[in-house]
Ligand binder design. Sequence first.
Ligand code: HEM
Length: 182
Amino acid sequence: MESRFTSFVGGPTGPWKIVSLRAVCGDGIPQASHLELRDGLNEVEDATWQLRGVASNLRYTQESERKALAAVQPALGRAEARCAALIPIRKTAAWWLLAQDERRAIVEEQSRHIAIGMAYLPAVARKLFHARDLGEPFDFLTWFEFAPEHAAGFDALLQALRASPEWDYVDREVDIRLARVR
Ligand code: HEM
């Protein structure tokens, strides 16, 4: 059975070559040449770093949004999606003190995260991993796959999200861009 738990392993080998790795805010992580996604949480030998996450249930998405997303969102692993981004994110202590409805209001009513993101589907395939409750250094590991011709659009999406009120609550973010090599 495919595990809900995934390790993103930066190191000397892997099917994804790391094209760039930079801290957007807060501390960065060490440079590595390649990335491999592995099922499970077991420690990988020779890793430069290993970030762990778990695919979880929806928190903020409402029914109409869930259905609209399901109708357009592509699967991971498309042959044409030779580019990817791994963006680990941590949110502030103030964020985690808020109630569920307050966080939903920031994510969508104030920031339009889902509405903005929806415009980039089906070009971008995505998967969200939760890491906070695993005691990891980041709260989320976000993963995106797209064809090279959609890289500029992906950058525009990031610019819009990073300018939104939700990102006032982001205190650590690393932007890792990848190209598929096998
Ligand atoms: C490609 C278009 C995108 C769509 C359609 C999209 C959609 C969503 C949805 C529906 C959720 C809520 C999941 C839930 O109900 O728990 C979510 C959460 C999240 N997304 Fe996006 N998103 C997109 C792009 C991005 C990008 C580019 C980033 C990172 C820079 C990002 C970072 C996050 C994070 C960190 C969360 C978790 C927020 C939290 O639980 O506090 N998303 N996204």
